[in-house]
Every structure is written in structure tokens, then in C-alpha cells.
Ligand binder design. Structure first.
Ligand SMILES: Nc1ncnc2c1ncn2[C@@H]1O[C@H](COP(=O)(O)OP(=O)(O)O)[C@@H](O)[C@H]1O
Ligand SMILES: [Mg+2]
Length: 336
């Protein structure tokens, strides 16, 4: 039996009568990369805060590395490395100084500490910038420094809260590489949160999809996608009324496994086989006298899984605006 490094049972957090996290239970085994995928406000950060002993659960319990977050918070803290959603490095200090202070705080022996800082800054390719003030780092460099810092005291489990939030695609890919390399090299247990489906897909062995404080489903990205069907067909109808007529007739004939409407005149159908469904949907539309503007099909993504579970899309406008502001804040509104 693989060792269970993170165990949550019925974790619940209520803020002034509002349930931000609602009876969340899951288990993460040693060496696993486990992700919480969900939109803004789903309760990801609140869950992490309870796991890392920053916040007391209203109800429920969790164990990290076998230690109770309620009864043994010190032992929990020594078992974990954390990269917070919002940057926590000291911008006035250099990368090296930020690492050093963290190492001293965690009582890493001085002789070991120096070597470890060199190793870790090398790992995230910041060795050349060790003596540079963090205020001159880009958003991606800050994240890399934070990952290196979280690893300094050799934690049993690494928590990453939205590790690539607001970063550009190339920088994100670079961070993904480090995380995958860390898994390969050390077999570290990693718990991460994200609202990027491609990130969950790329990094996670198993994903829990979370919405409104509740875990909707848990499984490997493959399992989750297989769950909804083999193909997804998007049909863009002339208007909302046409879309509704199509849905009604497709449902009546049992042609699709499920449907969801990401917007008023668009329908996403999950089907066993797009090649047989598409002619059928055209046949239905001509019989109904409904005008179809566009048909697309693809293999399901985790976004489709989310859409078919909740009726909403994972990516939302407010999310991207928040990302933008957060990224700006992380860069300290520096030009360029
Ligand atoms: N300290 C707090 N007081 C009141 N409400 C909070 C607090 N922290 C988070 N929330 C609310 O709880 C919900 C979950 O927030 P959060 O855990 O930050 O979500 P996520 O990290 O998934 O975006 C949100 O509706 C948020 O507004
Ligand atoms: Mg969050």
C-alpha cells in the first residue's frame, strides 16, 4: 500500500454563514501529483490554507505526512513546502538572501544550506540572478525562486497554489518542466491548484474538479474525459430558440450522451462517435427547419468535463481580469 501523504476528511470552512469549502474529502499518496481544478472562488485556496495550518477548519480534519493539522500543526509545517498564490518573497532582498532567510528560519544547518541554495537556484535556472534584487525579477523568475525556496527544507509534500497564474505561455511551460522534473527526480508528493485545464492535464496524475466548495469528481485526466464520452460536438445554431429545438429533438431521439450550453445559441453534445452524430444532427436540423451556423468536434478536454458537470465553462471573464491584476501586482507594476 502506498503511503497516504495528504488525507482530508470532511474539510469544511464557513465564512459568516457562507460555505467556502463544503465537506471536502480526498487522499493523496506518496509520489503523486494531485490537483484541484476549479474556477475562481471554488474554494481552492481556502482548502490549501486549512491543509497548511493557516486556517482552522470549521469542521472536518486533515493529516499531512501522518500529522493532524489540528493537533500537530508544527509537525505539519515542517513536512510541507508552500508556494502561495500571491507572492511572498521580499522584493528588496536578492534571490540568495530570500533563500538564506528561509533556510535559517527552518534551521537548515549552515554548511548544508549554502550548498542547497546553489543546487536549488541552479535547478530553477536562477543561479545567474542569485545576487540580483527580486524587484528586478520577472513574474516567472519570482515563481521559480518561490519554488526553489519551498524545497529548501526538503519537505515531504509541496503545495502549489495556482503556480502559473497570470504568467505567459512560455513561462508557464518552463514552470511545468520544473514541476515534472521534480517529480521525476525526487518522487515528491505535490498538491496543486489551478483553474487552467491544460495545466491540470499536463501535470496531474489525478485531478479533483471543485466548484462552489464541493468536489464534483476525482480521477486521472484520462478517466475524467472518458467519463463524459468519446467525442464532443459543438453546434452553433442561428439563435437560442433554434438551439433549444435541436437539443429537444436530439434528446428525444437519444442521439447524444449529454448536452450543455456554454452560450445561448451554442450546444455542446457529448457523443460516442462524432462521425455518425454529425450527419444526424444535420438531418434533425433540416427536418426542424433550424439553421446551423457551425459544427465543430474534438476529443473531450477537462474544460468539457467541467462544462458537462456544471453547465458552465471553466474559463470565465472575471478570471482573466483577476489574473491580469495579480500578474501586474506580482511584477510590482514594473514597466516592460
Ligand atoms: N477570509 C475570507 N472571508 C470571507 N470569504 C472568503 C475568505 N476567503 C475566501 N472567501 C470566499 O470563499 C470563496 C472561496 O475562495 P477561495 O478559496 O479563495 O477560492 P479559489 O482559491 O478557488 O479562487 C470565495 O467566494 C471567496 O470570496
Ligand atoms: Mg485561489
Amino acid at each position: 500500500m502506498p503511503r497516504e501523504v495528504v488525507v482530508a476528511e470532511g474539510l469544511t470552512k464557513v465564512f459568516d454563514g457562507f460555505k467556502a469549502v463544503d465537506e471536502v474529502s480526498f487522499r493523496v499518496v506518496e509520489g503523486e501529483v494531485f490537483g484541484f481544478l476549479g474556477p475562481n472562488g471554488a474554494g481552492k485556496t481556502t482548502t490549501i490554507n486549512m491543509l497548511i495550518t493557516l486556517m482552522k477548519p470549521t469542521k472536518g480534519e486533515a493529516w499531512i505526512n501522518g500529522y493532524s493539522v489540528l493537533k500537530e500543526p508544527d509537525k505539519v509545517r515542517r513536512s510541507i513546502g508552500v508556494v502561495f498564490q500571491d507572492s511572498t518573497v521580499d522584493r528588496e532582498l536578492t534571490g540568495w538572501e530570500n533563500m538564506w532567510i528561509h533556510g535559517v528560519t527552518y534551521k537548515v544547518p549552515r554548511d548544508v544550506l549554502k550548498r542547497k541554495i546553489v543546487d536549488l537556484l541552479g535547478f530553477v535556472e536562477l543561479d545567474k540572478y542569485a545576487k540580483t534584487q527580486v524587484r528586478n525579477y520577472s513574474g516567472g523568475m519570482v515563481r521559480r525562486l518561490e519554488i526553489a525556496r519551498a524545497l529548501l527544507h526538503e519537505p515531504e509534500v509541496l503545495f502549489l497554489d495556482e503556480p502559473t497564474l497570470g504568467l505567459d505561455p512560455q513561462t508557464r511551460a518552463k514552470i511545468w518542466e520544473y514541476i515534472l522534473e521534480l517529480k521525476r527526480r525526487t518522487g515528491m508528493t505535490i498538491f496543486l491548484t489551478t483553474h487552467y485545464m491544460d495545466e491540470a492535464e499536463r501535470l496531474c496524475d489525478r485531478v479533483a474538479i471543485i466548484d462552489h466548495g464541493k468536489i464534483l469528481v476525482v480521477g486521472s485526466p484520462e478517466e475524467l474525459k472518458r467519463m463524459i464520452g468519446r467525442d464532443v460536438v459543438y453546434v452553433k445554431a442561428f439563435d437560442e430558440r433554434s438551439a433549444k429545438m435541436l437539443i429537444g429533438e436530439v434528446a428525444r431521439r437519444g442521439l447524444a450522451l449529454s448536452y450543455a450550453s456554454p452560450s445561448s445559441n451554442v450546444v455542446s453534445f457529448t457523443v460516442e462517435d462524432a462521425h455518425s452524430f454529425i450527419p444526424e444532427v444535420f438531418e434533425v436540423s433540416s427536418r426542424l427547419g433550424v439553421h446551423i451556423l457551425e459544427v465543430k468536434y474534438s476529443k473531450p478536454t477537462l474544460n468539457d468535463v467541467f462544462l458537462h458537470l456544471t453547465g458552465r465553462e471553466l474559463r470565465d471573464e472575471s478570471g482573466s481580469w483577476m489574473d491580469f491584476m495579480r500578474a501586474r501586482m506580482r511584477r510590482g507594476f514594473r514597466r516592460g
